[in-house]
Design a protein around this ligand. Structure first.
Ligand SMILES: Cc1cc2nc3c(=O)[nH]c(=O)nc-3n(C[C@H](O)[C@H](O)[C@H](O)COP(=O)(O)O)c2cc1C
Length: 191
């Protein structure tokens, strides 16, 4: 790798650390096992037909499990579910990493586990896979979707936070955005 590559890599990682994203748990179940992983690389692709993509590191066991099952569910975490985010990022504050018994789950229509209390969930069938560098991009056709109450958990500046002043879903966006950041927790988390 060239010096220039490393410089750009560092600037890229720093740039991405400055933006905020929702935090999801991706799950799958099938021949490769029942597995979950905390992910933020989730993008809505199109509503016609309903399609999302997720990016999953190829070194994770769930990456090969999704390639085998052709299925994944993503559950968007509620602001008070950061302990689940840590458990499925492999850094639990308590208990074993990636341990399903530390959170409450129900079965999505496909049978893949989805997180109870999630603010949104999507039950997906993989229609395309691309490999870019260290990651696989899974493009999923959304077969079932749902939502729940509460504020979303967000991740930015290497910390978890809760967005304040988001309007109720039935309300209107404020014309003047209010300050949004909760006090960041002390610990930082390197992806
Ligand atoms: C907020 C957050 C978002 C993450 N997003 C992704 C992601 O989109 N894709 C991914 O493959 N890993 C993502 N990770 C990393 C994995 O959850 C997990 O921490 C990592 O695979 C563990 O690697 P290790 O066992 O080598 O430490 C994220 C972690 C955190 C805390």
């Amino acid at each position: 790798m060239t010096l220039q590559h490393n410089d750009v890599r560092h600037e890229f990682v720093e740039a991405m650390s400055r933006v905020a994203s929702s935090v999801w748990i991706a799950t799958t179940d099938g021949p490769g096992g029942r597995l979950g992983l905390t992910v933020s690389a989730v993008t809505s692709v199109t509503a016609d037909p309903p399609t999302v993509l997720i990016c999953v590191n190829r070194k994770t066991p769930i990456e090969s499990a999704i390639r085998e099952s052709f299925r994944f569910v993503i559950s968007a975490l509620r602001a008070d579910q950061r302990t689940t985010a840590l458990t499925f990022a492999g850094r639990p504050s308590d208990g074993e990493p990636y341990d399903f018994s530390t959170s409450s789950w129900t079965a999505a229509p496909s049978g893949v586990p989805m997180l109870s209390g999630a603010v949104a969930w999507l039950d997906c069938h993989v229609v395309a896979t691309h490999q870019i560098g260290t990651h696989s991009i899974f493009i999923g056709r959304v077969e079932h979707a749902g939502n729940g109450a509460g504020m979303p958990l967000v991740y930015g500046r290497r910390s978890f936070a809760e967005l304040l002043h988001l309007p109720d879903i039935a309300g209107h966006l404020a014309t003047m955005p209010a300050p949004i950041w909760d006090e960041p927790p002390a610990e930082e988390f390197d992806l």
